[in-house]
Design a protein around this ligand. Structure first.
Ligand SMILES: O=C(O)CCC(=O)C(=O)O
Length: 273
């Protein structure tokens, strides 16, 4: 597996989570959405029009549980056009430290040996997301590298993406080109004088021809190297494509103060204890 990881920059682990664990997480995510009032916080998450990045509700979500809306679920009057449970793009970003059901999923016993086996000596669970990829309107996630957003010195970020629903080409699965993590890190997203900017580091184009669809059954874990370019297309099907992602960094690396994701001093990052 380590050879495949080094060669491809991703791993697909079928049956990593039980069906029960996935369904428990789905039920908890829907409860969080039920308690959310979209009129209070109509922040849209969009990777094609990333206005959200300088929004206080988004920027302050590193140590909170917050819901962000699908772009196509908000009408011109700023109000949601669909039932709430079909309007949320994702929940982020600290459920793994604030919610017992999310903590149990992120800290499932099989996670720690996997993470340390990948070379993360002092794992810190930095960010979790529950992604809905809603039927018909689930937004595109444009090609990116996770280390752009979750920068450490040296780079240590690894993404752990779990299918809660079956993910296929039809409902917007992940795509990546095997081996493309060996290419350069293209950009860094960070705070410059109070504003979040994308600083270009290398203008090598994104992979296109060699992209492989990463189709997955519920419970499959996809491990993504922090420098692996990856994307997902919009979901125009009638099927939802729920997924959970967790991003882990190594506590031995430096986490700069100008990264977008910050936590208050009262809530330091934790590993598995
Ligand atoms: O679930 C998706 O569509 C994209 C998730 C992703 O790119 C990530 O977690 O880095």
């Amino acid at each position: 597996m380590l050879t495949a990881w080094e060669e491809d920059g991703f791993l697909i682990l079928d049956g990593f989570h039980t069906f029960d664990a996935c369904e428990k997480l789905r039920a908890r995510a829907l409860e969080i959405v039920e308690a959310f009032d979209p009129q209070d916080n109509a922040t849209i998450f969009s990777t094609t029009d990333p206005d959200h990045v300088d929004d206080d509700y988004f920027r302050g979500s590193g140590d909170k549980i917050r819901c962000f809306l699908e772009e196509e679920a908000v009408g011109q009057n700023g109000r949601s056009t669909r039932p709430k449970s079909l309007s949320v793009n994702k929940i982020g970003h600290a459920m793994h430290d604030l919610d017992p059901v999310f903590s149990s999923f992120a800290r499932a016993p099989q996670m720690e040996p996997l993470i340390t086996g990948l070379g993360i000596g002092e794992p810190l669970l930095l960010q979790s997301m529950y992604i809905f990829k809603q039927p018909e309107i689930g937004g595109e996630v444009t090609c990116h590298q996770d280390s752009t957003f979750l920068w450490t010195e040296p780079q240590t970020c690894i993404g752990f993406w779990s299918a809660i629903d079956a993910a296929s080409i039809e409902n917007g699965c992940l795509w990546a080109e095997p081996g493309s993590h060996r290419g350069p890190l293209r950009a860094r997203h960070h705070d410059v004088d109070g504003r979040l900017v994308f600083e270009t580091l290398d203008d090598t184009p994104w992979p296109s021809d060699g992209l492989a669809a990463i189709e997955a059954q519920p419970g499959t874990l996809v491990v993504l190297h922090g420098q692996l370019p990856h994307l997902s297309a919009p979901n125009r099907s009638t099927k939802p494509r729920h997924a959970h992602t967790l991003h882990v960094i190594d506590g031995r690396a430096h986490y700069p103060r100008d990264n977008w994701l910050r936590r208050g001093a009262d809530m330091p990052l934790r590993g598995f204890r």
